[in-house]
Ligand binder design. Structure first.
Ligand SMILES: [Zn+2]
Length: 147
């Protein structure tokens, strides 16, 4: 850590303690050259989730795309926009809980399906049939009977 006063790059930590209910570490540092004292905070870096596509490309998780897929699945269904927004928040929170920075598209599809199952069964079957690319009508029927 460079001294903010004299720009020397030799500073030492003289005190270190938790801050903000354990969400940060506060350190008192002292410049070895000019003895100037200053404070630094260390935080966990909040990183945006990356989606791993089937061709291995990585793209940032797009909240708008998740909402759009819900809107399409719930087309002409009695589901309010508020519910779709809240469901999008829940999906993103659940993806963030997976303790990983990279998520495969299949995992997102499963989470979206689970969320739709709770809000509208027809929307769920619509999404699942496109998402799972049902091979034949038998498979589709089996899914309907599961509801
Ligand atoms: Zn200094």
């Amino acid at each position: 850590m460079i001294c903010p006063k004299c720009q020397a790059d030799d500073t030492k930590v003289i005190d270190s303690r938790g801050a903000q209910n354990g969400k940060a570490v506060r350190r008192r540092r002292q410049c070895v050259k000019c003895n100037f004292r200053f404070t630094t905070f260390e935080y966990v870096e909040v990183q945006a989730l990356l989606v791993v596509k089937s061709d291995k490309r990585r793209v940032p998780l797009d909240r708008g795309k998740i909402l759009k897929s819900l809107v399409i699945a719930c087309n002409k269904r009695p589901v309010s926009y508020d519910v779709l927004m809240q469901t999008t928040n829940d999906i993103i929170a659940s993806l963030n809980d997976k303790s990983t920075y990279e998520i495969k598209t299949e995992v997102i599809g499963e989470v979206v399906m689970e969320a739709l199952k709770k809000i509208d069964e027809i929307a769920y079957v619509r999404f699942a049939s496109v998402y799972r690319k049902f091979k034949d009508i038998t498979e589709f029927k089996a899914e309907l009977e599961d509801l």
